[in-house]
Write a protein that binds this ligand. Structure first.
Ligand SMILES: Nc1ncnc2c1ncn2[C@@H]1O[C@H](COP(=O)(O)OP(=O)(O)O)[C@@H](O)[C@H]1O
Ligand SMILES: [Mg+2]
Length: 246
């Protein structure tokens, strides 16, 4: 089975077909199919507990896939594992923007590049990530735990960028940020996509904001896809949004 092309016409860099997974014996996701077209931002929206984080974890190989298939560039990925996915250019920023609070910004970035064995390549990756977030360059020796919420978010993103990913999986980057910071964080993500062409699958609870920056959106309701398509239909039609969401 191969992945079908999404509506935009851009080939899928990442596809999920008929994915089923859960925890222990409890099934959470039910036949999920998602496409991330090359160079696009794809949003995943849905209520708390819908299974959004579970889907990202399954894609990144943090929990086993019970059934279904993951494709990268149209090629099936057997038994996805975080390390091999990183090597294939897929990076993941978990919910909660985890950084190592006791380590400095510079040390966090070194950890971000831990799978890059060539020292020069790692150094170049760190420089490239820092060029996206100049504020972090001024704080290289500062312990990450003492950064502001917005700066921690930038560091979490920068850490993921060190490997020069082709696909970024972002789980609720706005979590814990103040409303102006949310807008700023999402603009940064949009800029990143425009500047580097990185494809992005972003989980967001801030629906209005994320619908403003994505090319395509999936809504998830109790483990099932209830909408897949352009964001405009949901942005302009509140009833439709409520229907797919609630
Ligand atoms: N580690 C886990 N063990 C058991 N159940 C879990 C675990 N993580 C999440 N769940 C359950 O899976 C469902 C989906 O959770 P999650 O994917 O985190 O939702 P979302 O990210 O959409 O808020 C919820 O019912 C949640 O309680
Ligand atoms: Mg979640």
């Amino acid at each position: 089975m191969t992945a079908a092309s999404p509506a935009s016409g851009n080939p899928s860099i990442l596809s999920v077909r008929d994915l089923i997974t859960g925890y222990g014996k409890k099934q959470i996701l039910n036949d999920i199919s998602v496409d991330v077209p090359k160079g696009e931002i794809v949003a995943l929206i849905g209520h708390n507990g819908a299974g959004k984080s579970t889907l990202l974890k399954a894609i990144f190989g943090l929990i086993p896939i019970w059934n279904g298939q993951l494709f990268l560039d149209g090629q099936p990925v057997e038994n996805p594992q975080p390390r091999s996915l990183l090597r294939s250019g897929v990076a993941y920023v978990p919910q909660g923007n985890r950084v190592f609070g006791d380590l400095t910004v510079a040390e966090n970035l070194e950890v971000g590049g831990i799978t890059v064995t060539n020292k020069q390549t790692r150094h170049d990756g760190i420089e490239r990530a820092l060029s996206q977030f100049p504020v972090l360059r001024d704080r290289l020796k500062q312990r990450a735990g003492t950064l502001s919420g917005g700066e921690k978010q930038m560091l979490a993103l920068a850490n993921a960028l060190v490997v020069a990913p082709r696909v970024l999986l972002l789980d609720e980057p706005s979590l814990g940020l103040s409303p102006p910071m949310i807008t700023e964080a999402l603009s940064l993500i949009q800029k990143l996509n425009r500047d580097s062409g990185v494809s992005i699958l972003i989980v967001e609870q801030k629906v209005r904001e994320v619908l403003g920056i994505c090319h395509r959106v999936y809504a998830l309701k109790v483990g099932k896809v209830t909408y897949a398509g352009p964001p405009d239909e949901l942005r302009t039609n509140r009833d439709r949004l409520r229907e797919v969401f609630l």
